[in-house]
Design a protein around this ligand. Structure first.
Ligand code: ZN
Length: 323
């Protein structure tokens, strides 16, 4: 009988856990709360207990699995299976996640960072359609990314490969970024960045606009609201979407020209805008890339949503000859 896989996607509020067959289809999935108290010292134990309990309930033994793959925030040493600097988990010091979870469950644990496992999930079972060269960009509270090139995920010398959110797109007078630089893609194309751009453009906008009215009246403005108004042909919202699309396309064009992937997939909460985002991004992208890239690198919207993390994590546990 074919062995199965376990995928875990650890986040600051919840850990998503799933059992999958080796084709990457989820057969069982559940969520537990992430307890970040006591420097996050209970997190790994909680996950291990929950997993052991579920396997006991289902009456499946751990040797029916190839192993566990797990995505976590923070700076991951994927060879050692450790992570540090995961501030939303209160993991400041280095944590031996693979070793600890392995001891609790009796399974081999493969660790990588959360953006990379989401990229792997979309690559394997989502919009990436199993391609060997796929780049994933996630537009959420921040902007993250993962690069799958020539069949493997790129880590770089310090695990910082694929930090697409920190590509400088505004070299002069850009917004301050949380990383300490200015003008990073994240300052414009994240959910918070889009709102920042909207508020800035509203200052010089004198035409009629519901978005401008909402900003002036101090109503809650979200990235979703900007796209909703854009669909109604709101003039200011159209300017905002045009501006963020330009800068997103600029960053993606560097990826396209450099790596020539078959797919660049846009995911994260902001990608719910769908064609309203995709169409202008593609239009700008095509003016910014080399002809061979224009013909072969396609941009599309992610399809796996919140499941991308557990699916991609599970892929890490797949033996090489099956991947
Ligand atoms: Zn930055």
């Amino acid at each position: 009988m074919d062995k199965k896989l376990i995928g875990i996607d650890l986040g600051g509020t919840t850990a998503k856990i799933a059992l999958l067959n080796k084709e990457g289809d989820i057969t069982e999935k559940w969520t537990i709360k992430t307890n970040i108290e006591d420097n996050g010292s209970n997190i790994v134990q909680d996950i291990g207990n929950s997993l052991n309990q579920k396997l006991a309930e289902l009456q499946v033994k751990s040797d029916e699995f190839y192993g566990i793959g797990m995505g976590t925030p923070g700076a991951v040493n994927f060879e050692k299976g450790t992570v540090k600097g995961a501030y939303n988990l209160n993991w400041v010091e280095e944590q031996n996640v693979s070793e600890d979870l392995g001891r609790i469950t009796g399974l081999k644990v493969h660790l990588d960072n959360d953006a990379n496992v989401a990229a792997l999930g979309e690559r394997w079972k989502g919009a990436g359609e199993g391609g060997a060269n796929v780049v994933f960009v996630t537009l959420g509270t921040g902007v993250g990314g993962g690069i799958f090139a020539e069949g493997k995920i790129l880590h770089g010398v310090r695990g910082a490969a694929g930090e697409i959110g920190h590509v400088t797109v505004v070299p002069e007078n850009g917004y301050d970024c949380t990383c300490g630089k200015k003008g990073c893609l994240e300052t414009i194309a994240s959910a918070t960045g889009i709102v920042r751009v909207a508020k800035d453009l509203a200052k010089d906008f004198s035409g009629k606009s519901k978005l401008r009215d909402a900003i002036i009246n101090d109503e809650e403005v979200t990235a979703k609201l900007v796209f909703d108004f854009e669909k109604e042909n709101d003039e200011l919202a159209k300017l905002v979407v045009d501006k963020i699309s330009f800068y997103l396309a600029l960053a993606l064009s560097h990826i396209g020209n450099m790596l020539n992937p078959e797919k660049i997939i846009i995911g994260g909460g902001v990608s719910a805008a769908g064609d309203a985002l995709l169409k202008p991004v593609i239009a700008y992208f095509e003016t910014m890339v080399f002809p061979a890239v224009r013909e072969s690198t396609k941009i599309s919207i992610a399809t796996k949503g919140n499941d991308a993390g557990v699916i991609g994590a599970a892929w890490l546990a797949l033996p090489n000859e099956e991947a």
